[in-house]
Design a protein. Structure first.
Length: 137
């Protein structure tokens, strides 16, 4: 088991993968069968069983860390990250407003632009096109 489960600083994980025992624990605690977990992560059933054996052998420390991970996840992003998200969303909405304004200006002779400000082709049909279903004359 010790060669199948290693720790490279991210917590105990299945050797040769980036799948931690906490990933396996997520599905195991929800009642998923080890074979299903193996197919989900594209590893062997033996590797999943090794992770489950590791969890059982180190239950106190694994569960303590797992509870901390769940608590951090429940807290959500930090105030700094939420502020960056809000600023990014404001920039996006401002750019969308500019693009909509540019699209409305096409009737006034101005060109439409894409998200980078490059001109886009008009989607209108020219006046000299023949309709697909001409009415009988």
């Amino acid at each position: 088991m010790s060669q199948v489960i290693i720790n490279r600083g991210r917590g105990p994980e299945i050797a040769g993968t980036r799948i931690t025992v906490y990933d396996v624990l997520d599905y195991s605690t929800k009642g998923y069968h080890p074979t299903f977990i193996a197919s989900l992560f594209r590893v062997s059933s033996q590797q999943v069983m090794a992770a489950l054996e590791y969890i059982e052998a180190h239950q106190d420390e694994v569960m303590a860390e797992y509870r901390q991970m769940l608590a951090r996840d429940a807290e959500g992003n930090s105030p700094e990250v939420r502020a960056k998200e809000a600023a990014s969303r404001a920039r996006l909405l401002a750019r969308l407003a500019e693009l909509r304004q540019a699209g409305n200006g096409e009737a006034n002779g101005t060109r439409r632009t894409d998200f980078r400000g490059r001109p886009t082709p008009s989607k209108r049909r020219s006046d000299n096109t023949t309709p697909l279903n001409p009415s009988p004359s």
